[in-house]
Structures are given as structure tokens and as C-alpha cells.
Design a protein around this ligand. Sequence first.
Ligand code: SF4
Length: 452
Amino acid sequence: MAEILEARKKQVLVNGSDDYALECEKVSTAGSVSQRACVFCGSRVVLYPIADAVHLIHGPIGCAAYTWELRGSLSSGPELHRLSFSTDLRENEVIYGGEKKLYAALTELITAYRPSAAFVYGTCIIGLIGDDIDAVAARVEKEQGIPVIAVHSEGFKGTKKDGYRAACDALARLLGGDNDSAVSPRSINILGEFNLAGETWIIKDYYRRMGVEVVSCITGDARIGDIARAHRAALNVVQCSGSTTYLAKMMQEKYGIPYIRVSYFGIEDMSRALYDVAEFFDDDAIRENTSALVREELEKLLPGLLDYKKDLMGRKAAVYVGGSFKAWSMVKALRHLGMETVVVGSQTGSPEDYEYLKEICAPGTVILDDANPLELSGFVLEKGADLLIGGVKERPIAYKMGIGFCDHNHERKEALAGFEGMLNFAREVHCSVTSPVWKYAPARIRAAGGKP
Ligand code: SF4
């Protein structure tokens, strides 16, 4: 068994053998070197795809290092979100305060780029020195006549999930701004979809073919104007539930908009998402369009999967992703490829999420919350996984162990959502798992008794 810190023992279980409820939604254990990102990063994940806004990180330059260039959220129009602005705080501001610098930076950026809104992200040091970012934002908003929103995302104040919540609070400020433009009674908002590698466009096209209007996508390829009218949609369809369920609940309370949870990954979950939306509208035309769409897409997809499945049958996978909705979909999608998931976990899963994972995983599967690299690599080795699905921080773990890797995080450059995304996913998994390169990896050579 991989080594697990005493304080984390209940955050890991073997499905079918351990009968306790998995502990989750807690701060990371000291010394564990969690794979989780900070609160600020959680806010940025949700808000950064808004393409016609200025995103200004108020803090030292290091917080701004993880730029758009490493991520894949695409825009069909303006690309302000690609620019990584920072107030670049130094010792002088840490001692005397950074409000003047923030005011100057905001004023300069808004004058230069004429954005539809500006977000100011508070980082750790802002929480420590006590800059009043709300006051500066309010002053600039008044002077410039656009929404200027302070995002309270100081990195130390919780988990990545608190960052999601801060982002939802910021988004809530934009709702209700447009009560005039026409909105269909058969309309939805897509929540928790970030247009990585153009995935929002695939999903929007499905809804268009069904006869459903998408009022706004929060926040893939988003514009401030669309978010301002989102409160008038008939339904919120929430994908990345960890990041935007909080916003969906707020909208339900304030505007009476119901929400459903979906996933756009894998055949079953993608189809289910469309059928659930069709069911909500209880409209025969939409139902028929949906059935025709799913049939058409499956006819194109299924033959293509068969070749990959032949080679992948019986192979084992480990999955470690940010949100547990994706973990569920991965388990099912891998099953379609003939692969068994032997290790699965997430950074931000809830108790209900993990209970569902227990239901869909085979006995013996290791399920873990908020893992660290040692645990992950230990379990991957112990269970003999041939593939690790994760993000930028999991990639080196897979490569060091000499096994296949599939990037399913915000850095991916290939669309993995939708029916066509399933085919891309199968191709990526197949290429990586069957690559001959792994036999030259030192870890594999050592495991086979040789000398690297
Ligand atoms: S933890 Fe704090 S200092 Fe580090 S990136 Fe996040 S906000 Fe910046």
C-alpha cells in the first residue's frame, strides 16, 4: 500500500473494502504537498475565459506566472483574456500599501484597452497588507463607467473551492444588467464550461440543433453583455459543479431559475446532458431533435472507437482531476474503451460526489481526495496502471513512471468534450498507452530488472 499520512487516512479508501465515508472538502494536510491550486487560481479558472474584460492580478508578479499561454480557453472575438496583467507589487508597496499602484494600473489599462469590465484579483499579500481593493474598484468604476469588480481570492484563505466561490460572487454582480434584449422561453445558460480547445462551440452547436437558445456560457468564450442577461434564461445547465453550483444556487434563489447538473465528457454523460435538457422543456420538437442528434453523432463516433478499443481492452487507468464530475465521466468513458479505472480522485469532490464514484467504480478501485504526488505514484504503481489522466501537475508523475498520460485539464489543446471529443480522447489515450517510448523509461527498465 502507498504511504499515507495519518491525518489523510480517511481521505483515501479502497472501494468495497473500506466502509467509511471519504473525508473531503477540508484544507490540505500540512506536509502533504497537495496537488491543489490556491484560492486565487480557483477564481482565475472561472473568470479568466471572459474575453472582453481586463483581468488584473493585484500582487507580486509570481502570482501571474500561470498565464493564458499555458491554458486553452479560446475566444471567437476579443482576446483581452490572453493578456496577463499584474500590479507587480514590490517591497515598497508591501510596506506603504499598493492602492495607489492599483488605481494607476486600472486607470491605464481601461484607458488603453476599453474593456467591458475589469476584474481585480486579490492575492495573498493583499490579504496581509490590507489594501482596500473594493474601495479602489468602486472609485475606478465610477470614473470609468464600466463594472470594476474586486475578487477576494487571497491564496491562503481556504481551498481552490473558495476561489470558485469568490468568482461566483464576482459573476453575480454582473447579472441583471440587461433586461431588454429578446430571450427565448426555450433558453439555457451553460455554467462551468470554459471553451478549452473550442469545446463550448461544440456544445453550443448541439443545443442549437436541438432548438434551444444559449443565452450565455459562463464562462467559455463569454462576454460581459451575455452574462448581464443570463438571469433571464429558463434553465441553468451546470457542468463543472464544484466551480459554478454556488452561482446556480444563487440564481435559483434570486431569479427563480432551476438548474441541472451534467457532464459533456464520454458517450453516456454527453447524451444524458442533452436528453435532460430536452426533458426539462417537455417539448416534442426538442425531444425529436435531440434523439436525431444523438443517433447521428453515435453513428459517426462508434465505428471509429472500435479500432482503439481492440488495443486498449484490459488496460488499466488512473484518473486524478480537479472536479469529480469529470472523474465520473472518465470512469464511464474508459469503460467504453475496454479500460478499467483502478485509481480515481479529485481535488475538490464533495461527499455526494465520492458516494457516486463508489457506486460506479469496481471493487478494489482506490478512491482518493486531495492527493499528493507520492500517494498518486504509489497507487499507480501498486495497481499497475498503464495510463494517468490528469493535468499539468500530474504529467511528470506519469512520465517518470513510464506510463501513458492524457491531459484533461485546462492546458489541453484538443477538444475532449462532446461526441467528437470522445473520439479525440480515445485517439489520445491509444497513442499514449501504446507508444513504444515507455519501454525506454528508466522506471520501466528498473521494474524489468535492467539498468537504465
Ligand atoms: S498562494 Fe498566494 S502567493 Fe501563491 S500564487 Fe496563490 S495568491 Fe499568489
